[in-house]
Design a protein around this ligand. Sequence first.
Ligand SMILES: *Cc1c(COP(=O)(O)O)cnc(C)c1O
Length: 412
Amino acid sequence: MKCPSDILALDATDPLSDKRKEFSLPHNTIYLDGNSLGPLPNTVNQALTDVVQQQWGNDLISSWNKHGWIDLATRVGEKIAPLIGAAPGQVVSCDSISINLFKLLASALQLNPQRRVVLSQQDNFPTDLYMVQGLASLLGSERCELVSVYAEDLVASLDESVAVLLLTHVNFRNGERHDMQALTKLAHDKGILVIWDLAHSAGAMPLELDEHQVDFAVGCGYKYLNGGPGSPAFLYVAERHQRAVDQPLKGWMGHRSPFDFSADYAGASGVSQFLAGTPNILSLVALDAALDVFANVDMQQIRDKSIALADLFIKQLKQSSCADEFKILSPLEHQHRGSQVALQHPSAYAITQALIAQNVIVDFRAPNVVRFGLTPLYTRYQDIWQSIQVLSEIMRNKRHLAPAYQVRNKVT
Ligand SMILES: *Cc1c(COP(=O)(O)O)cnc(C)c1O
């Protein structure tokens, strides 16, 4: 069947349609997995060739100065800052979300020394909860205690016992989006500091960290920012906290003057005190180049298209022959939804495998969710239509019951 003309017309008038050309996407593949690993931006190929052959290969150690490797973590941070509504001097790109959360959690607890509870959500991304558990076993339960509640109980749990509220803005499994401004305000009213995990928001929608008075945030380089596998994460520390914080991973790259090789630690004054060890230059170069894709786009345009893609997806699904087989887990109201649609089905894993076999690349999330990531920079409306066609054909012919689709890979 051919894609209906009204859907093709949406692509023809899409202000972001040219962006797709800036990515190297495999042919005949519909990639709805940019929220797990963004695809390869064309700029990255050239940048990596140059950093390997010219900078590393030829200029060797001099590249730390000559090609500015030494400031790259800060420069990439400054490039991310406008995407998340942060004024300069508050973002660096380094380490992983997990490691950055450790630094921020410890710092935030120290700023709120009369309290010990870190409040989070039961179904937060597990690493966020694990990092609190690890910190609690290091500091002892009298200094750090994880309390995780269901989303609907969060507001009622914000009381004077809580030191830090740690939340992920958009839930990785069901795509539910918190009201960052309202929750930050409620927390502050009770003397609670907030850390937002932006893994499923940065690069997918406008964010206003400064305006919403957020204290700390972390985010991911390899999802919507397309920095590639193992791309460094980023962290945000509001300027007003930078003098008072004292992060525990005191590596030499966070020192005020690392090349004095002084025996005593003295942290840099700004957000760069959150750097620890030598930056991953190859990965940072890739992320730096990938971010050029965002140079001339308006984040509101991205958000508008993301909403339209999801609305089309839901409408097409509801009209399809398999509508009754799936439960839509993601909120239908725009303001409560991130940039994905999650469908629940008891055979979610096998359905994911059957979709991938037909070049519709989606994610399975345990225990029973098929996750469709909607990334406006390169996803077309016709791709949404096509994926629903493929999904309903699979369900109609029960293709997902094939034995090959029942075997779990190590990465699911
Ligand atoms: C992907 C993701 C992470 C990843 O953490 P890393 O330590 O960078 O691997 C963390 N939190 C959330 C919410 C995520 O979606």
